[in-house]
Design a protein around this ligand. Structure first.
Ligand SMILES: [Fe+2]
Length: 171
C-alpha cells in the first residue's frame, strides 16, 4: 500500500501525542515524499503560490501544510517562538542554515548549512534558529506544532544571510 496523507497524519499523531518526537515526524514526511503519487497530488506542477492546509489536528494542534512559494525566498535567521517546525522537500531544493546565539552575545552566528533535496526532511525544535534560501521552484511540506503565523517569532532582519554564510564557509 502506498503511503498517503492518512498515513502521514496517523504517524504524526503517534509521534506528537506524547513528548513530540520530531525525528519520527521527519521519518513520516520522508515516507510520504517517497510516494510520487503523494507529491503529484499535493504539489502539482500547476500549483498556485500559497500555503495549503492539508490537515489540522483538532486535539494535538499540529498543522500539515503544502507550500508553493511566490518567488524565490531568502529569509533572515528566525525562530518559531514556542513552536517547533519540520520541513520536508517535495521538489527542487531548500538551502537550510542553522544559527546559534553565542553565550553573552545577542546576535546569532551560522553553525551549519545543508541542502534539503526532494525526499529529505529536517526539523527545528522550540527556540532553534534557522534561515532559508530557496528558488521559486521549491515545493515543500511543513508540519508545525501550531499556526506559527500567530506567534511572535524572532527575526534578525538586519543580518545579511547570504553574505554571512559565504564568509562563514570560506573564512
Ligand atoms: Fe522557519
Amino acid at each position: 500500500m502506498a503511503y498517503e496523507l492518512d498515513d502521514l497524519v496517523a504517524d504524526c499523531r503517534a509521534a506528537i501525542g506524547g513528548e513530540p518526537d520530531l525525528q519520527q515526524v521527519c521519518d513520516a514526511m520522508q515516507k510520504a515524499l517517497a510516494n510520487p503519487a503523494f507529491v503529484d497530488a499535493h504539489f502539482p506542477q500547476s500549483a498556485e503560490p500559497g500555503r495549503t492546509t492539508l490537515y489540522h489536528d483538532p486535539e494535538l494542534g499540529f498543522y500539515i501544510y503544502a507550500h508553493v512559494p511566490n518567488g524565490a525566498i531568502l529569509s533572515p535567521p528566525h525562530d518559531h517562538a514556542t513552536a517547533w517546525a519540520a520541513y520536508g522537500q517535495a521538489r527542487a531544493h531548500t538551502q537550510m542554515t542553522d544559527w546559534e546565539i553565542p553565550a553573552g552575545q545577542d546576535k546569532p552566528v551560522p553553525v551549519r548549512t545543508y541542502r534539503l533535496l526532494p525526499g529529505m526532511a529536517g526539523y527545528y525544535d522550540i527556540g532553534a534558529f534557522h534561515s532559508i534560501d530557496m528558488p521559486e521552484t521549491s515545493r515543500f511540506l511543513r508540519i508545525t506544532a501550531t499556526d506559527i503565523d500567530d506567534l511572535p517569532c524572532k527575526y534578525f532582519d538586519e543580518i545579511d544571510t547570504r553574505k554571512t554564510i559565504a564568509e562563514y564557509l570560506e573564512p
